[in-house]
Design a protein around this ligand. Structure first.
Ligand SMILES: CC(C)(COP(=O)(O)OP(=O)(O)OC[C@H]1O[C@@H](n2cnc3c(N)ncnc32)[C@H](O)[C@@H]1OP(=O)(O)O)[C@@H](O)C(=O)NCCC(=O)NCCS
Length: 184
């Protein structure tokens, strides 16, 4: 219904329960690409599973919590960004993202995350935004760096995946840092 233009042919819009079929079709294209790097409950393989993800976010958004946004490139849903957590009371949120393979390397996710950070810091007055990724997820860490996030630490062997425990990097940006970036 309403959208933010990321570029001429790329839009950021709320991703809602009525998008379930589109989201399920996108997940068919994205699933194996994102599986190693995102929370396993996000990787669904059916229309019901896709709908359940959207409903979970809708319910959390209704409580002023997590929120989900899709990125449409030339009219096709190709990925998105989210507040995986959002807590106005403590002034803290966490941001996440994903793309299907064909949409990687087009500079879509960084401006989409920047729009979320603008809203969190400037509209909602939050203080801190975090980012967690597997320590070997170089593309995700590069997004965090482009967002002026600082690597604050590593949680050792905290990300179990297919029988191996990977380290998790914790990145964050503060509202005061964000204002200094000149993006705001
Ligand atoms: C993490 C992920 C979303 C990053 O996607 P991405 O496309 O690399 O990130 P951005 O949208 O910021 O795009 C930057 C890339 O676009 C390129 N680019 C192309 N056109 C551009 C433009 N007009 N403006 C800016 N960058 C542009 C940049 O050069 C950069 O590519 P490079 O790293 O190969 O040099 C993606 O790799 C992914 O979905 N991975 C699997 C899921 C995942 O890891 N999710 C995160 C969990 S923590």
């Amino acid at each position: 219904m309403f959208s933010l233009s990321l570029r001429d042919n790329a839009l950021l819009c709320p991703l809602e329960t009525w998008h379930a079929e589109e989201f399920a079709a996108h997940m068919d294209r994205a699933r194996e690409h994102i599986r190693p790097w995102v929370g396993q409950s996000f990787v669904t393989d059916s229309l019901d599973g896709a709908r359940a993800t959207l409903l979970r976010y809708a319910e959390r958004q209704a409580a002023d919590g997590a929120r989900l946004y899709g990125i449409w490139l030339d009219g096709t849903l190709v990925g998105g960004v989210m507040f995986t957590s959002f807590d106005a009371a403590s002034g803290a949120c966490e941001v996440g993202c994903w793309l299907e393979p064909a949409a990687e390397g087009h500079g879509l996710v960084t401006p989409a995350c920047a729009a979320l950070l603008d809203w969190a810091f400037l509209t909602r007055g939050l203080h801190r935004a975090a980012w967690h990724c597997r320590a070997d997820n170089a593309r995700s860490a590069a997004v965090a760096e482009r967002l002026s996030m600082v690597l604050e630490g590593v949680e050792r062997e905290s990300w179990p995946y297919e029988g191996v425990r990977y380290d998790t990097q914790g990145w964050a940006v503060l509202a005061s840092d964000w204002r200094k970036t000149g993006r705001a």
